[in-house]
Write a protein that binds this ligand. Sequence first.
Ligand SMILES: Nc1ncnc2c1ncn2[C@@H]1O[C@H](COP(=O)(O)OP(=O)(O)OP(=O)(O)O)[C@@H](O)[C@H]1O
Ligand SMILES: [Mg+2]
Length: 113
Amino acid sequence: MKLIIAVIQPHKLPDVKKALFDAQIYKMTVMNVLGCGQQKGYTETYRGEVEEVNLLKKVMLLIAVNEEFVEPTIEAIQKGARTGNIGDGKIFVLDLLDCIRIRTGERGREAIG
Ligand SMILES: Nc1ncnc2c1ncn2[C@@H]1O[C@H](COP(=O)(O)OP(=O)(O)OP(=O)(O)O)[C@@H](O)[C@H]1O
Ligand SMILES: [Mg+2]
């Protein structure tokens, strides 16, 4: 089991949702977040000294998947979110120790599935 955390441009969320749906990935948690990457939140056109990071609005997705869905999930996020420009986002993949469906008490891959 893996937990996939993706940070994307907010305006690409509909495209990412569509790509995930097409890959039969329907369960997700989506949050509005602030963040910055290696440009420190400033574009190359920004003029002046950068003395601190500038946090930009981003969307974060949390998706817990069983092993067979790891690569399809990554591919779908990339397909939906990529423009080729800086700030397209990042995907983090973490080992997931367990998952519990509260209603039934199911655990692990049954609970995720
Ligand atoms: N190392 C990191 N740790 C935590 N969050 C990160 C990290 N890198 C990127 N992020 C998050 O992802 C968002 C998008 O990052 P971004 O796409 O700008 O990455 P980048 O490394 O700067 O790549 P690029 O050069 O393509 O812009 C950031 O605003 C931030 O929220
Ligand atoms: Mg960046």
